[in-house]
Ligand binder design. Sequence first.
Ligand SMILES: NC(=O)C1=CN([C@@H]2O[C@H](COP(=O)(O)OP(=O)(O)OC[C@H]3O[C@@H](n4cnc5c(N)ncnc54)[C@H](OP(=O)(O)O)[C@@H]3O)[C@@H](O)[C@H]2O)C=CC1
Ligand SMILES: CC(C)CCC[C@@H](C)[C@H]1CC[C@H]2C3=C(CC[C@]12C)[C@@]1(C)CCC(=O)C[C@@H]1CC3
Length: 341
Amino acid sequence: MTKSSKRCAVIGGSGFLGRHLVEKLLGKGYTVSVFDIRQSYELPGVTFHQGDLCDKQALLTALQGVSLVFHCASPAPASDDKALFQRVNIQGTHTVLQACTEAGVQKVVLTSSASVVFEGTDIKDGREDLPYAKKPIDYYTETKIEQEKLVLKACDKEKGLLTVAIRPHGIFGPRDPQLVPILVDTARRGNMKFIIGDGSNLVDFTFVDNVVHGLILSAESLRPESPICGKAYHITNDEPVRFWDFMSDILVGLGYAAPRYNLPYTLVYGLALLLWLLSLLLCPLVAFKPTFTPMRVALAGKHHFYSCSRAKQDMGYKPVVGLKDGIRRTVESYPHLRHGA
Ligand SMILES: NC(=O)C1=CN([C@@H]2O[C@H](COP(=O)(O)OP(=O)(O)OC[C@H]3O[C@@H](n4cnc5c(N)ncnc54)[C@H](OP(=O)(O)O)[C@@H]3O)[C@@H](O)[C@H]2O)C=CC1
Ligand SMILES: CC(C)CCC[C@@H](C)[C@H]1CC[C@H]2C3=C(CC[C@]12C)[C@@]1(C)CCC(=O)C[C@@H]1CC3
């Protein structure tokens, strides 16, 4: 690998996944530029460029001399701001691709999401050839679909731009700002007593180091003759687990009680829909954000696990951290969220 091919940029590098990726890249000898709307840390060897990815000029400054771009930026899935998702995930990604072409970037690795095929019904061992969700449950999913299509379509060997999309699922690990904090907050408010459905639904959760491993592996495998050009790849822990066992392991690990009482799925989903509609109707008067959104209820009550066999075959992917170890490392990293802390 040449010196210039080790110069990369991480868009969204201040975020949860982005920062883990930056740390690993530095350890592997890459020179890293971070482009993000905020700067959340400082690290030797990293140049920060603060800006909005919808701003092409700002991107062009950050992409000077860069041959590889990881695109890991997105508004938080919990947001309900349709215009923001469309602006950042669709128009913004279009701008990123334009800037990459103008700056002479050779490879773009997108962090997509396995949920681009999830529409609230069971997915068991889903492969990448499943169709995109026709009725995406939320704006996050809707715009992640368009984002992935844009990036894969931009793959053009003649023009010298190679692209690939990595689809992780349920990323967790130290510094995650959503899964563990939302879970603990719900438990502290006394709302984690119930299991939605019969509790047998299997789900993928992916330790952050495995996603980072998949992203770097795909970048290093991305060459004109490689089968991965212009394709999407599921990257998970490859260890589907019962959703409620996973939640209970984290809760119990942090000193909270595991959920015990079952509630029928359709009842909770119906209530979540109703609450979501109410929150839309009442938002000019009172701002309230329901914890149990239709998307979260679907994720908590349905099967959604994916096959990684394409990534194993085309790029030799294998998880580097097992689920049990990942849960232990995650629990240990949140002393401030322990019961009674
Ligand atoms: N977490 C998960 O379980 C999964 C995540 N993904 C994908 O992985 C990627 C990373 O997710 P994650 O690390 O969890 O998310 P984070 O929110 O932690 O990181 C995203 C980063 O992008 C920044 N950002 C948002 N909008 C812009 C913008 N307009 N211009 C520049 N930077 C911006 C965010 O800033 P700010 O915080 O200020 O908004 C944040 O620093 C995303 O693409 C997400 O869709 C896919 C599957 C699962
Ligand atoms: C209140 C409880 C029923 C659930 C608490 C945990 C949830 C906050 C998380 C469980 C599954 C997670 C998940 C995502 C976000 C956090 C959860 C809903 C994603 C939507 C993040 C973005 C993606 O691309 C897909 C993820 C699927 C799993």
